[in-house]
Write a protein that binds this ligand. Structure first.
Ligand SMILES: [Zn+2]
Length: 283
């Protein structure tokens, strides 16, 4: 019963959201049906993961509306998730960790993929840490057992959650944390840090505006993170960054809600790691 499972996650403090369901033929329960490009993987709620809840009454109401809803779990609250979506991704992850994969919770997903749960890092989603390996962090979500994959297979536990999650192993966290894409941190104090920051803002906004479909959200997240580091160092105004990146992301075709959520998590994570080697000269 997916309601029982949803309530159990919520009791453990994990915000839950109802997600669309694939039918036996792999068509999505959304209006796009067989033409949906993410069958059974996108939220049923208008504001998506931002409406995820731990309130049992809210969850019970949702599942009375959609008894077969897949279960989405908001990441970045109780757990972050390494999202392995192929055998190649699993091979790459094991290679990265020297076959020393922590014995934390693991989910078998639809297509030879796995989810590995770790303590939250504070970072947002990261796409393509390695081929076939993404990271779901602040502002993201994953599907949980017994959700159904479009292939017809149900998500299932390889190892169930127990009290206390393992921290992400260092080599994996290093990938999640960076390297921060351009603009690269300056190796020497910069003579005009304000001007440098302005140039970075222009470059990142341009990159976001031109990001192709499929990379837009990740590009925006990276830009927000990079510029958040300038905000944290007092070199850029957070409101100006939000304004510029919002305009660029709208140009790229992203929706308001997605932009807001991604900006918030990216900027927050960036501000936690302010640049400290740009010197303190006046611009
Ligand atoms: Zn759909």
């Amino acid at each position: 019963m997916s309601l029982t499972a949803a309530l159990s996650f919520a009791r453990h403090g994990i915000p839950v959201l109802p997600v669309h369901t694939p039918d036996r033929g792999g068509s999505c329960s959304c209006d796009r049906g067989a033409r949906c490009d993410r069958p059974g993987k996108h939220p049923r709620l208008r504001h998506g993961v931002r409406e995820a809840s731990t309130d049992p009454e809210q969850i019970t109401l949702w599942w009375s509306l959609w008894p077969r809803a897949n279960i989405g779990l908001r990441t970045g609250v109780r757990m972050d998730v390494a999202d392995v979506d192929s055998p190649a991704g699993w091979h790459g992850l094991r290679h990265l960790l020297g076959d020393d994969v922590p014995a934390g919770p693991q989910v078998r997903t639809g297509r030879g993929g796995r989810h590995l749960w770790f303590r939250p890092t504070g970072f947002g989603n990261r796409v393509g840490l390695l081929p076939g390996l993404d990271w779901r962090g602040a502002g993201g979500y994953v599907l949980a057992p017994p959700s159904r994959h479009a292939s017809g297979v149900a998500y299932s536990w390889i190892r169930r959650p127990t009290a206390g999650l393992p921290p992400g192993p260092a080599p994996l966290l290093a990938l999640v944390e960076g390297p921060v894409p351009a603009p690269a941190p300056a190796p020497h104090p910069v003579a005009h840090p304000g001007r440098y920051a302005e140039a970075a803002l222009d470059a990142e906004a341009d990159r976001v505006a031109r990001a192709p479909v499929g990379t837009r959200n990740d590009t925006l997240n990276r830009a927000a993170f990079a510029l958040g580091r300038f905000v944290g160092a007092g070199l850029l105004d957070a409101a100006a960054v939000r304004h510029e990146l919002t305009a660029a992301a709208r140009h790229a075709g992203l929706g308001h809600a997605e932009i807001r959520g991604t900006l918030r998590s990216g900027l927050t994570a960036g501000q936690r790691q302010p640049f400290d080697n740009l010197g303190h000269h006046a611009a």
